[in-house]
Ligand binder design. Structure first.
Ligand code: SF4
Length: 735
């Protein structure tokens, strides 16, 4: 039985919620702005049963306020989500949620949500839409996608998506459709880290173990603000137990504040610092001989190549004293096996970031990656063989990829891609012209560098469709917007964390006509003639097929929130998934592609006189470009959307705290308020990402702060394909 949510009940529930949350007055609907009517309507065809609006209950599910996916216990009163707590059974939350996770209910109750399909009626970018039925919006979308496929070939349709649990279904759609063109946030984030660790260890993302750690080097990994609840807690725990943490960052972040040592390194010089650590550890025989001899290849080549990279050499480049570098090399090696250099996360900083990540990976190998502890840098151990609906093979794709992989970027993993290159090739029309773009909960206008170029690329397209929850800046340019239900309203595919499988399930009924991605892609697939790729009756049927191999019922999973899969015991000699089967200190793959086989110094560009490095980096209150309209998080924004500037640099320009300034790069300019602080090097300024939204469909976020993507210049690391986000140089003057 399905509980019908009437308009009256929803309005009543929402009023109660807003009252309880002291948020009355924040509910201005877009309808009031005359843009479109957001009349809530009953979600049709939902297959789950939930208690009615008067029942009090709690539901186990997973957070989606960032990609860490903490376990959540959602508490509902009077049909409204009242409180979100961390699920103690989930290894990512360990009973806690960060501020974003706790504020997640405001994503569901955001008055700016899109609650019905929308179709553009005004000029593209005018933000004028009309409400449509699902049938009308899906039929039109399918018609346009089929027209593009028939006229220009499937490669003329670009797809792009964020990292989310329904992403495999989106990828299923694009693969079945037959397009090779897929853009993700990966090249704007962690391409350098993943590519370097694949080439060194054969693993994409090394897991980290903190128990007993005594020495940790963080190179721009700001765990106190780029929060991953469990890992952030683990770091805090080992700090409280006396671990020495060294933070290299040109900015005094909250992680730097908690560290034992903050080194305000010159931007782009982290590579020199790590090469110097390697130099000392190798030349003074401080490395783990047993591990290096038995489990690695290429040590001798490294030993020869790092000879010039002395602490004295690195001191000039990094502006960190020679003695400090030398001391850290000794302390780090002495603390092994209870030490590691964090592999980092967003590593798209400079065009030399791949080399920096290779140096980090090799440094860990030299100290034996903690073999006595079972490794602190290690691959995820468990592979849970989830079931899936049957489907035919994908059509063969012969067209070149617009992102240049592999014809321009031979070593970028196909899965990572080079998103910014797709945008640039839409503009040039080379090697062929793209005609359509389908993005799923992604905001390329904000996330890609050089916003003006992205808007020009949008203008060249014949059709744009977006799946989203709110009317973000890129959806503002779409022809069709398909409204997705929030993570508190929908099912997603299950997620295995280690050997434990978790469910994301509806906590409350969907508002309006918002639907799950599982439903949207199946319905669109059917209209595209791709129904054989979406063989599930509904969301619950999809999950039942996923968990079928384990003899667990969906009812049990919904009630408990997870189930465990027995661990397989590993046996035999330790090997790595690399061509040599060992940790590759020297990589023949790199050599064959024309790059240095061992980590090597590559000087990053430096700003000309009068210009600053423009730094970017996370704040604890927000996730990328997606949370700035959240009513709770907005209340705790403090200097988050200001430009950080050192007092000496400000004084030279007659700039005072709170002044408005103009930040100008080679591709654009923004106006922003200055925060004068000693927490940044004098040669740098810093802007948080995600502010300066241009969509008027985001009432709270619109116009607040400035948008860094307007000034970011597009530079791509030639090995990993990562966008070098800190390689933009700007002038700052009073507005
Ligand atoms: S780290 Fe915070 S935002 Fe991310 S999943 Fe966990 S609670 Fe949610």
């Amino acid at each position: 039985m399905t509980e019908e949510i009437t308009r009256e009940k929803w309005l009543l529930s929402r009023r109660q919620f807003l009252k309880g949350a002291a948020l009355a007055g924040t509910g201005a609907a877009l309808a009031k702005a005359g843009i479109f009517d957001l009349t809530p309507a009953r979600a049709q065809g939902t297959t789950h049963f939930l208690p009615g609006p008067t029942a009090d209950y709690q539901v186990y599910t997973m957070c989606e306020m960032c990609v860490w996916r903490c376990g959540v216990v959602a508490k509902v009163r009077n049909g409204v989500v009242e409180k979100l707590d961390g699920n103690p059974n989930h290894p990512h939350s360990l009973g806690n949620l960060c501020a974003r996770g706790q504020s997640g209910l405001m994503m569901t109750y955001d008055p700016d949500r899109v609650l019905a399909p929308l179709m553009r009626v005004g000029e593209r970018g005018s933000g004028r839409f009309r409400q449509a039925t699902w049938d009308e919006a899906l039929d039109f979308t399918a018609e346009q996608m089929l027209r593009i496929k028939d006229t220009y070939g499937p490669q003329a349709m670009v797809f792009s998506s964020t990292h989310n649990l329904s992403q495999p279904l989106f990828e299923n759609l694009l693969n079945a459709y037959g397009s090779p063109n897929y853009g993700t946030q990966r090249s704007l984030c962690f391409n350098a880290m993943v590519t370097a660790h694949l080439l060194t260890y054969g693993i994409q993302e090394p897991a980290r173990r903190y128990d007993g750690m005594k020495y940790i080097i963080l190179t721009g990994r700001n765990l106190m603000e780029g929060i991953s609840t469990s890992e952030t807690r683990q770091l805090m725990q080992v700090i409280s137990e006396g671990a020495h943490v060294v933070v290299l960052d040109p900015r005094f972040t909250k992680t730097a504040a908690k560290a034992g040592e903050w080194l305000p390194i010159k931007p782009g010089m982290d590579l020199a610092f790590h090469l110097a650590l390697i130099n000392v550890i190798v030349s003074e025989n401080l490395y783990d001989r047993n591990f290096v001899n038995n489990y690695t290849v290429g040590f001798d080549e490294l030993a020869e190549s790092v000879k010039p990279y002395t602490p004295r050499w690195a001191a000039e480049l990094t502006e960190i004293p020679e003695a400090t570098i030398y001391r850290i090399a000794h302390e780090f090696a002495a603390a092994a096996p209870f030490a590691f250099a964090h592999p980092n996360w967003r590593t798209s900083n400079f065009v030399n970031s791949f080399q920096t990540e290779r140096a980090v990976a090799v440094l860990n190998a030299l100290i034996g990656i903690c073999p006595e502890q079972g490794d602190c840098i290690f691959p995820e151990e468990d592979h849970v063989g989830l079931g899936s609906p049957p489907q035919p093979a994908y059509p063969r794709i012969s067209a070149q990829r617009l992102d240049g992989v592999p014809w321009k970027y031979p070593l970028v993993p196909l899965k990572l891609g080079v998103f910014q290159e797709i945008r640039d090739n839409i503009l040039t029309g080379q090697p062929y012209q793209a005609r359509g773009w389908f993005f799923s909960r992604q905001n390329p206008i904000m996330s890609l560098p050089d916003q003006a170029k992205t808007i020009q690329a949008f203008e060249k397209l014949e059709f744009i469709v977006s799946v989203d929850i709110i009317l973000n800046d890129s959806s503002w340019y779409a022809d069709v917007i398909l409204p997705e239900a929030t993570y508190l309203e929908r099912y997603d595919p299950v997620l295995a964390v280690g050997n434990r499988v978790f469910i994301r399930q509806p906590v409350v009924e969907s508002l309006g006509e918002a639907r799950s991605a599982l439903w949207i892609y199946r319905e669109l697939g059917r209209r595209l003639g791709l129904q054989d790729f979406f063989q599930y009756v509904d969301e619950e049927d999809y999950i039942r097929q996923q968990i079928a191999p384990f003899g667990v019922t969906l009812e049990h999973l919904k009630q408990v929130g997870y189930f465990d899969v027995p661990r397989e015991k590993k046996s035999g000699e330790r090997t790595w998934d690399t061509p040599s089967g060992k940790v590759e200190i020297a990589s023949e793959t790199l050599r064959r592609a024309g790059f240095s086989a061992v980590p090597v110094w590559e000087a990053p560009p430096e700003p000309p006189a009068g210009r600053f490095y423009l730094l970017t980096g996370k704040v604890g209150q927000h996730t990328q470009f997606a949370t700035q309209n959240n009513a709770y998080l907005t209340e705790v924004d403090y200097h988050t959307h200001d430009l950080w500037m050192h007092p000496s640099s400000a004084a030279e320009r007659g700039i005072r705290d709170g002044d408005r300034v103009r930040v100008v790069s080679d591709v654009g300019e923004v106006e922003i308020t200055v925060w004068v602080t000693e927490g940044i090097r004098p040669d740098c300024v810093y802007m948080a990402p995600g502010f300066g939204h241009t969509s008027r469909g985001l009432k709270k976020a619109y116009g607040r702060g400035a948008n860094a993507s307007r000034v970011h210049v597009t530079y791509t690391d030639p090995v990993s394909g990562g966008q070098a986000l800190t390689q933009t140089f700007v002038t700052v003057e009073k507005a």
